[in-house]
Design a protein around this ligand. Structure first.
Ligand code: C2E
Ligand code: CA
Ligand code: CA
Length: 616
């Protein structure tokens, strides 16, 4: 058979398999078994095995084994890099390892005594599997007789490796979707659905009930009284245990299968009951809730008695849509609190939302996001040596009609609870690109701009597309932007999050780890993520050069960054002493009030291109 014909035959067989619905629906191990069967039969090799690389990239574990004589078998075997350095090097650099004389080939000779000789293997053809840029495994074809591998065979082996890589990517995607669905819908302390999830449930019920007129439901808003004094007395951990215990009790309350409990805020819960008319049942549930909260709690040998204020409203009587129902229930709850706590208040038309209401603020924020009405201030990041501005950080601001300029701390939690972080991030990204385009068209291009990404954005694999479209729309190059991600946002170990970060880098943007030192990042993980800059959290800088612990931490962060070849920015530099100390330690970049506060874009220009401290 001509090589071309063989080539086509191989690839057709692979296409047929990989498009077969049964194959697509199979689990991973059956997919790998089918692929190794196919490779074994078509190439007539004696053994086919598939191996997976571990997370740190120094060991491969067998996942599947096929034998021409004897079909499938699986034995867990591991190969570590330190025993076989030449082989691992070849995996990382070669497209394939095609060894006709495996026992004497420098790349594979180390396996001779323990593997080739006992099994009688003469020739092998190994194709590394790459997921994006990362080596994730290898497929090995082994033959007892001597083989000189042909071009179609080599191309077939790499095509199978690519198919396995597609399987990996697809699995990572599914995992990240699940993870995203989980973090966006469940509260991590109690495992209860969160506000966003509760809101979706309410909306769903309203839609259902509009179709089948007649029925309604009741919404109970629960706010624990005086949780703050528990936090003050027993620490935040004590407060968390109270919340977790009460969450457990609420969960095990007798609620009809269709009713629903959620944790909708720090010390707030909500319950949905599927009736608006059965007042006996409503009273009964309210009583149960009050009872389960006031039952004594024992925490660290202390007995606590908690109470809660309850606000109750009904659909459709007290609100015709999700937002007005939440507002009514919350307003009723505040009323109960004002009347002396530990009581229940049903909503009535005399009760109005107060300025404290988070839903009022949330509604306004939602509106501001929809109208692109958030603003961005910029804070310079300067060169330590000469205090010249080298880049700027974009920081979101909200000009509230009554409350004036609001800092992120005043509204980011509201946005997060309302599931608005992705939308907010998009508004900021757009504003930054617009500002850049406008500044450039006026002949005053802006310095490279760092944008903060929320965890919700980093976990969304649509982010790189969104960034790319925005760059194109406003004629901005990827290299003009940097992205800052906190340690917390990257703490999961998802391949798709890694892929998202890599795609941002591929657009030309550099990535920084923000607030470094406050979260958990292991050195080995950092090494594998595409960050090129690290920002030391300002809590470590504040007491420098007086606090010995902070000095030790900062020095070790600087050392760590140097070892990883990363640039370091010290945040929150407010004093000359801090600046001098950081300069002596070789920290290249600084940010803080000493140089400038975050300012609106038109004030940035006057700072531009001058050293930011005239003393220098
Ligand atoms: P961050 O990313 O650590 O931003 C730096 C914060 O430190 C800014 O607060 C800045 O005003 C403040 N800061 C800078 N220099 C000094 C200093 O010398 N002393 C003191 N005391 N503070 C200083 P800001 O603007 O209030 O932002 C707070 C946080 O909100 C940011 O912390 C960031 O985590 C988040 N944030 C801000 N804008 C965005 C955004 O567009 N998207 C997302 N996801 N988060 C944002
Ligand atoms: Ca930041
Ligand atoms: Ca920071």
């Amino acid at each position: 058979m001509s090589q071309n014909k063989t080539f086509i035959e191989f690839h057709e067989a692979l296409l047929k398999l990989s498009h077969n619905p049964d194959f697509i629906g199979d689990n991973r191990s059956r997919k790998l078994a089918s692929l190794s069967d196919l490779a074994g039969q078509l190439l007539q090799v004696d053994r086919v095995s598939i191996w997976q690389m571990n997370a740190t990239g120094d060991r491969i574990d067998s996942e599947a084994l096929y034998r021409l004589e004897g079909g499938h078998d699986y034995q867990p075997i591991a190969l570590v890099e330190s025993d076989n350095p030449a082989y691992f090097r070849a995996l990382r650099t070669a497209r394939v390892i095609d060894a006709s004389e495996a026992h004497s080939d420098p790349r594979t000779a180390a396996f001779n005594e323990t593997y080739f000789e006992p099994l009688g293997i003469h020739s092998l053809l190994d194709a590394p599997i790459f997921d994006g840029g990362r080596l994730s495994g290898v497929i090995c074809l082994e033959s007892l007789r001597r083989r000189t591998w042909t071009l179609p065979e080599i191309s077939f082996a790499t095509a199978i490796a690519d198919t396995i890589s597609l399987i990996n990517t697809h699995e990572a995607w599914i995992r990240s979707q699940k993870q995203l669905a989980y973090v966006t819908h469940f509260d991590s302390l109690t495992g209860l659905p969160n506000l966003q999830s509760f809101r979706e449930r309410v909306l769903h019920l309203i839609q259902k009930m509009r179709q089948r007129a007649g029925e309604g439901f009741t919404l109970i808003w629960i706010d624990l009284d005086r949780l703050k004094s528990v936090n003050d007395g027993m620490g935040a951990a004590g407060g968390n245990r109270v919340i977790a215990e009460i969450a457990n009790r609420l969960r095990s309350l007798y609620l009809n299968g269709r009713d629903k409990v959620a944790r909708v805020g720090g010390d707030e819960f909500a319950v949905l009951i599927r009736t608006n008319t059965d007042s006996d049942r409503i009273d009964y549930v309210i009583h149960q809730i009050q009872h389960c909260i006031s039952d004594p709690l024992v925490i660290d040998d202390r007995t606590l008695r908690m109470t809660a204020s309850l606000g109750v409203c009904r659909y459709p009587e007290d609100g015709g849509d999700t937002e007005s129902l939440l507002r009514s229930a919350e307003a009723a709850m505040y009323h109960a609190k004002e009347n002396g706590r530990a009581r229940m208040q049903a909503f009535s038309s005399e009760i109005h939302s107060t300025a404290r209401s988070r839903f009022v603020l949330e509604g306004e924020l939602r509106q501001a996001i929809q109208n692109n009405a958030l603003d961005v201030f910029y804070q310079p990041i300067v060169n330590t040596a000469d205090a010249h501005m080298v880049s700027i950080e974009a920081l979101v601001r909200w000009h509230h009609p009554e409350q004036g300029w609001m800092a992120p701390i005043e509204f980011l939690d509201v946005a997060r609870n309302a599931g608005l972080m992705q939308d907010l991030g998009e508004v900021v990204l757009r504003r930054v690109c617009q500002d850049r385009q406008q500044a450039a068209s006026r002949g005053h291009p802006l310095p490279i701009t760092a944008i903060n990404l929320a965890a919700e954005q980093v976990m969304d694999d649509r982010l790189p597309r969104q960034v790319q479209e925005m760059l194109e729309q406003y004629g901005v190059a990827g290299s003009e932007l940097q992205f800052e991600v906190t340690e917390d946002a990257i703490k999961g170990d998802s391949k798709s999050m890694q892929a998202t970060l890599n795609e941002l880098v591929a657009l030309g943007s550099r990535l920084s780890i923000d607030d470094f030192g406050t979260g958990y990042s292991s050195l080995s993980r950092l090494k594998h993520l595409p960050f090129s800059r690290l920002k030391i959290d300002r809590s470590f800088i504040r007491d420098i050069p007086d606090d010995a612990d902070d000095i030790a931490i900062t020095l070790s962060i600087l050392g760590l960054a140097r070892g990883l070849g990363m640039e370091v920015v010290a945040e929150g530099v407010e004093t000359e002493d801090q600046r001098q100390w950081l300069q002596q330690q070789g920290c290249e970049l600084l940010q803080g009030y000493l140089f400038s506060k975050p300012v609106p874009i038109d004030q940035l220009r006057s700072l531009h291109s001058n050293p930011l401290r005239s003393a220098l």
